[in-house]
Design a protein around this ligand. Structure first.
Ligand code: GLP
Length: 260
């Protein structure tokens, strides 16, 4: 796990966009794992800017969302399918039928989860997965206690997550209780994972998953077992890390050929 401490969201957006641009140059039909929440927004903004101003081409790229609310209904503005369309895919030239998300309206949820796993596999797996982290250490919607071997499935949200996400809905009463999320093992199959965390409210979760034990109580800690995980944090989110100076020193002195 590489920890990169940057001054703010702008620099994080730019560095993560560099990794995606480099991937697309190498593999134009790359499969991107798309996260929602506010953390990846600077990356989407930067990719949209590069598409518009520098002609960054995503016409052959494919995308898979991490998770989805259950029961919001197609077209609901807070469904993650809509959020990803609004915040990212409508702003670049990725083909709409190349972008997939779990079907939160399916009558048969377990079948929809299996179909999602099958679709990721059929696409050749995720090349680069963007992630945020919840204040309780969740990734996707893998709440504390999620099996480290989990695959795409239905989960119940913890009250804290519903409170955190109420800002998008207006009221906590409108936040669904159930979600479909890629499992931790599904996420671990991605070839490269970039997790973004900004702000002091994430400092404890960042310390727990980067420097604490690998444990289901902090789902993101499973990334300690990932062969290529990059954690991009701002100074506030890094403020509780014990080894912050070491991470800074390592990144500042990294041989250029190593890349991200
Ligand atoms: C939601 C999403 C996660 C996201 C988390 C943090 O719960 N399911 O994928 O990482 O929120 O969101 P934010 O980046 O807005 O803090």
């Amino acid at each position: 796990m590489e920890v990169v401490i940057l001054p703010g969201s702008k620099q994080i957006g730019s560095l993560a966009a560099d990794a995606i641009e480099e991937l697309l140059r190498r593999k134009p039909d790359a499969v991107l794992g798309l996260a929602t929440g506010s953390s990846p927004l600077p990356v989407y903004d930067e990719l949209a800017r590069r598409h518009e101003q520098d002609g960054l081409d995503l016409s052959r790229a494919r995308g898979f969302a991490l998770d989805e609310y259950v029961g919001l209904g197609p077209g609901h503005p807070q469904s993650y399918r809509e959020v990803i369309r609004r915040e990212f895919t409508d702003r670049v030239n990725i083909a709409p039928d190349h972008v997939h998300s779990p079907d939160g309206s399916a009558a048969d949820i377990p079948a929809a989860c299996q179909a999602y796993e099958d679709a990721i596999k059929a696409a050749g797996g995720v090349d680069l997965q963007l992630l945020g982290v919840g204040t309780d250490g969740h990734i996707g919607f893998n709440e504390p206690g999620s099996s480290l071997a989990s695959r795409t499935r239905i989960k119940s949200l913890i009250e804290q997550t519903r409170r955190d996400n109420a800002r998008f809905f207006g009221s906590i009463h409108d936040v669904p209780h159930h979600v479909i999320t890629q499992g931790l093992a599904t996420i671990m199959d991605a070839r490269h994972v970039i997790l973004i965390a900004t702000g002091a409210q994430k400092a404890q979760a960042v310390r727990d998953f980067v420097e604490g034990p690998v444990a289901a109580i902090c789902a993101a800690s499973v990334l300690q077992m990932h062969p290529h995980a990059t954690v991009m944090v701002d100074e506030a989110a890094a403020s509780s890390l014990r080894l912050a100076d070491y991470y800074r020193h390592t990144y500042d002195n990294k041989p250029p050929w190593q890349g991200l």
